[in-house]
Design a protein around this ligand. Structure first.
Ligand SMILES: NC(=O)c1ccc[n+]([C@@H]2O[C@H](COP(=O)([O-])OP(=O)(O)OC[C@H]3O[C@@H](n4cnc5c(N)ncnc54)[C@H](OP(=O)(O)O)[C@@H]3O)[C@@H](O)[C@H]2O)c1
Length: 266
């Protein structure tokens, strides 16, 4: 199975490394179309002859084409690759905001998977939500999900609009986590810890809390009840969070991201 990755930036390279590390794709079957020469120089396994600086007949030879350029670069790229794309090829697009219909319009492909991954894909801990065009059959979808799963976990959605919701939750999600962590680290420093101590306290707390949650059937609310005893310190903190409507502020923030994703898609 020949796989062509178009766009060798952060995500393109993440996919290339994940396919190779999982042994899902042999290096000889991995092809790259890069704009800036040397973009994949760090991935030594890929034969030099498989790395192309411009569109050409090799595009027609791929079974799967991954579109990982920035959305604003897609119109130009689309014009360059359209003459070589066949409608038997499977397309995996991770471009934010570019709808399946727009990809069909630009390159004429009909077997399209549209996915929204997130940054931890870089370490195999990604979360990807994906959907597909009607032309993809179950077997093809299974192959695509296996490819995606080399970067972490995935969820399939029927409704393409849910990709915008996924962008707001898991796509942008890592940034919200870092925002919360940073606020805790700064508070720790103000209480007298050194920066590296505060970072350790916060990192380990996030990691421990998530692992504990994953290893049980308890909900977040039930875990909160286990930490917060009546009249205690956690209760004092949660009271301030409730007074400041932190929960509904988080919800508003996520809906702002959801609405922005919808706007960008239009
Ligand atoms: N980063 C994330 O966390 C994330 C999460 C979800 C989805 N995405 C989506 O993933 C896509 C890629 O994001 P990224 O962060 O990997 O961006 P990036 O690091 O900027 O990578 C994009 C790559 O595409 C190359 N490129 C642009 N036009 C090209 C063309 N005509 N032919 C060949 N290569 C071309 C760029 O080349 P140059 O080096 O010459 O600029 C660059 O190497 C975006 O559409 C984004 O919406 C990203």
């Amino acid at each position: 199975m020949k796989v062509l990755i178009i766009g060798a930036g952060n995500m393109g390279k993440t996919y290339a490394r994940s396919f190779l590390a999982s042994r899902f794709i042999d290096a000889n079957d991995l092809y790259i179309l890069e704009r800036s020469t040397g973009s994949v120089a760090g991935i030594k396994e890929i034969p030099q002859g498989n790395i192309h600086p411009q569109a050409g007949e090799f595009i027609a030879q791929a079974d799967i084409i991954i579109l990982s350029v920035k959305p604003q670069d897609f119109p130009t790229l689309g014009r360059h690759i359209m003459p070589y794309v066949k409608n038997t090829q499977l397309i995996l697009s991770i471009m934010a905001g570019i709808k399946i219909a727009a990809i069909y319009e630009a390159i004429g492909a009909t077997k399209i998977v549209r996915a929204m991954p997130n940054l931890p894909a870089q370490i195999g801990m990604g979360m990807t939500v994906f959907t597909s065009s009607a032309d993809i059959d179950k077997k093809e979808l299974f192959i695509m999900q296996n490819l995606i799963n080399t970067t972490g976990k995935s969820v399939y959605v029927e409704d393409e609009n849910k990709i915008d919701a996924a962008t707001a939750i898991s796509g942008s999600g890592p940034a919200y986590v870092y925002y919360f962590m940073e606020a805790m680290i700064q508070a720790g420093v103000k209480m007298g810890f050194t920066l590296s101590q505060a970072e350790l306290l916060v990192n380990q707390t996030f990691m421990g809390a998530v692992h504990l949650h994953n290893q049980s059937d308890l909900t977040c609310e039930e875990w909160i009840a286990r930490v917060a005893s009546k009249g205690g310190t956690t209760e004092a903190a949660l009271k301030v969070m409730k007074e400041n409507t932190v929960e509904s502020n988080i919800e508003s923030a996520l809906f702002a991201a959801f609405n922005r994703a919808k706007e960008l898609g239009n």
